[in-house]
Write a protein that binds this ligand. Structure first.
Ligand SMILES: Cc1cc2nc3c(=O)[nH]c(=O)nc-3n(C[C@H](O)[C@H](O)[C@H](O)COP(=O)(O)O)c2cc1C
Length: 181
């Protein structure tokens, strides 16, 4: 694993932060919980929608973690992480992992992958990644992982857009090119 640069100076942004957040919220994403297991055996994880694919060959993915996250040290030290892609009926789980608390994994159903990372039950899909690169970007660290294994189900994925959880639906025919008006 290599780290690129140190945190940058943060000057005040030349625009309204709330307006900026709302604009970013126009970009619909899925919802993931990124998990890992610390050297002391404790599990760590948080809800993340900055996940994305970087490269198919080699298979690389990225996500970014706030420097203020309680999980920061766990992910900085981890050799592997899992991307748990949430299904539509996992909003409660998403909210649990989007809250700063020490008991996120209490009473939860999960298995440990052969790389030792927690795979949460009931997800739409999982990817297990080896941490490969790390870049500082403002108030976040971008983790890039190389996919070691993955699995998917036919569960419908959860969507996050404009600050709300949603479901993905096919466009009605009249919204498709050449569709009826
Ligand atoms: C839909 C959604 C997406 C989120 N995406 C991210 C993200 O990409 N990176 C991040 O650092 N926090 C993200 N968060 C916020 C964290 O989940 C939240 O701050 C959490 O409490 C962090 O937990 P921790 O402090 O125990 O690590 C997201 C929250 C929600 C609800």
């Amino acid at each position: 694993m290599t780290a690129s640069s140190e945190p940058e100076d943060s000057g005040a942004p030349p625009f309204d932060p709330e307006d900026y957040r709302r604009t970013l919220g126009c970009f619909a994403t899925g919802v993931t919980i990124i998990t890992t297991r610390q050297l002391n055996g404790e599990c760590a994880g948080l809800t993340v929608n900055s996940f994305n694919s970087v490269s198919l060959d080699p298979p690389l993915v990225l996500w970014s973690l706030s420097l203020f996250s309680q999980s920061l040290l766990a992910f900085q030290e981890a050799s592997h992480f899992a991307v748990n892609i949430l299904a539509v009926d996992q909003v409660e789980l998403s909210n649990r992992f989007a809250t700063r608390r020490d008991d996120k994994f209490d009473g939860l159903e999960y298995t440990l992958d052969e790389c030792g990372v927690p795979l949460l039950a009931g997800c739409a899909a999982h990817l297990v990644c080896r941490q490969q690169y790390r870049h500082y970007g403002g108030d976040h660290i971008i983790f890039i992982g190389r996919v070691a294994s993955f699995a998917r189900t036919d569960r419908e994925p959860l969507v996050f857009c404009q600050g709300d959880y949603r479901v993905a639906r096919p466009l009605p025919p009249d919204k498709l090119p050449g569709g009826s008006k």
